[in-house]
Design a protein around this ligand. Structure first.
Ligand code: UGA
Length: 454
């Protein structure tokens, strides 16, 4: 099928490349001239495992091409995806200006096209309830004779596994009113549909709310586990045991129950905040989604405070190695990452930070430029730790688990690790002489005290 993707950011590019790999004929529209030039060269402007290879392959066989000409690209398409950003405004409400701009351009193209075949406009961007209906009505008003349909098709991709998620979706949600458009979307996604009941059609509002509900539910699970770490640390319980204990209940399930120093990224924080505003707009004060956010902010702060109180020396003048800057492993995205809160907290109290990440260093360097004098950027985690008073792990890069810990302990000023992602083994830490503070798990500290007394 002929598919046009408006907006080749993270969601648009992954969707476009995956659709091209399924045999569709895809045109990506990107207005940012730098990004467009990068894409036209066959380079990938974002880091996402597997995406570059698939882009190269699909470009080579002519499955995908890139342009900045919206009108032309819309005129050539049966399906037009709107994948533009819907970032949060300062007050937490959703900035709809990019989507409105894209909607107007599609409208102009439809006005010239005078098509007889159906053009299905797919809103992939995460948008508040009522947006798809508004877009449909706007087009109806502006181009009354046009043959088009609007469907909502929320995306559920995770950064770091986006290609895999796109090609193996748990479900495909389509919101709308046109049976013809539903059939078109069914045909478009046919190669990905393994079970018929995983292709779901519903009305626009249900689809829009499904997206916010999914992200809020996942964030709620994490915040609940994070809140439990407070009790675990108080009563000497182990959050990892509790995770297994509840995750094996088939009604609860094991996913998204990992406690840590707080969730981040461009989606959970934005979508949970938007959910709160969506509730307010409906005249309802949602205590639940408000709590999810408060717990998350507190957890980031609690981790930073733990470093300060367990450091065994004043933070002022201390050197702390931060392992992990990205909001999670396998991405260079640092948006809303817990590491930002931790770094700011430590620097504001007079510490020097040695930062390391496998992919997110450049983004963080640009983001924290006003802290440039207090941050040293380390090419590897071992160098970051040398001479430091503690290591704080903010991202669970798997590479951190297999480092030469005995050697690292020997080079540190004091061998202390604060594990904000519970990714290291307590026994390995103990054996290598570390004082070790995980989240919601018993620390390794008594043994060290005994050793130092001998
Ligand atoms: C999230 C959703 O998982 C996707 O389904 C959705 O499509 C996407 O948002 C979006 O709306 O675009 P993403 O933000 O890429 O995906 O990352 P996740 O893997 O969900 O992780 C989000 C945060 O939660 C990370 O900071 C991660 O470290 C944290 N997390 C995740 C935990 O603290 N514990 C867990 O058990 C899982």
């Amino acid at each position: 099928m002929d598919v046009t993707i408006i907006g080749c950011g993270y969601v648009g590019l992954v969707t476009g490349v995956c659709l091209a790999s399924m045999g569709h004929n895809v045109r990506g529209v990107e207005k940012d001239q730098r990004k467009l030039a990068t894409l036209q060269r066959g380079d990938c402007p974002i880091f996402e495992p597997g995406l570059h290879d698939l882009l190269t392959e699909t470009m080579k066989n002519g499955g995908i091409s890139f342009t900045d000409n919206v009108k032309q690209a819309v005129k050539e398409a049966e399906v037009v995806f709107l994948c533009v950003g819907t970032p949060p405004k300062a007050d937490g409400t959703v900035d709809m200006s990019f989507l409105e701009g894209a909607g107007k351009e599609v409208c102009d193209a439809l006005a010239e096209l005078k098509n007889e075949w159906l053009v299905t406009i797919v809103v992939k961007s995460t948008v508040p309830c009522g947006t798809n209906r508004k877009l449909y009505n706007f087009l109806k008003e502006q181009v009354p004779g046009a043959h088009y349909a609007v469907v909502s098709n929320p995306e559920f991709l995770k950064e770091g596994t986006a290609v895999q998620d796109c090609l193996n979706p748990d479900r495909i949600v389509i919101g709308g009113e046109s049976p013809e458009a539903f059939r078109m979307m069914r045909r478009l996604y046919d190669p990905l549909i393994k079970r018929e009941d995983h292709f779901m059609t519903m009305n626009w509002e249900s689809a829009e709310l499904t997206k916010y509900a999914a992200n809020s539910m996942l964030a709620a699970r994490i915040s609940f586990m994070n809140e439990l770490t407070v009790l675990c640390e108080h009563y000497g319980a182990d959050i990892e045991e509790i995770r297994k204990g509840i995750g094996t209940d088939s009604r609860i399930g094991p996913a998204f129950l990992r406690a840590g120093c707080g969730y981040g990224g461009s989606c959970f924080p934005k979508d949970v905040a938007a959910m709160e505003h969506i509730s307010k707009a409906a005249g309802y004060e949602s205590l639940f989604v408000h709590a999810i956010q408060t717990i998350n902010a507190n957890q980031k702060k609690r981790f930073a405070e733990k470093i300060a109180t367990k450091l065994g020396r004043p933070v002022q003048g201390a050197t702390i190695a931060i392992w992990g800057l990205a909001f999670k492993a396998d991405t260079d995205d640092i948006r809303e990452s817990a590491s930002i809160d931790v770094i700011k907290y430590l620097i504001e109290r007079g510490a020097t930070v040695r930062a390391h990440d496998y992919k997110g260093m450049e983004n963080m360097r640009a983001y924290l430029k006003e802290y440039a004098d207090q941050i040293e950027w380390s090419a590897d985690p071992v160098t970051a730790a040398a001479g430091a008073d503690a290591i704080a792990i903010c991202t669970d890069w798997p590479q951190y688990t297999t480092l030469p810990f005995r050697k690292i302990a020997a080079t540190m000023n004091q061998p202390i690790i604060f594990d904000g992602r519970n990714c290291l083994h307590r026994d390995v830490m103990r054996e290598n002489g570390f004082q070790y503070y995980p989240m919601g798990r018993p620390p390794v500290e008594k043994e060290l005290r005994l050793k130092s007394r001998v």
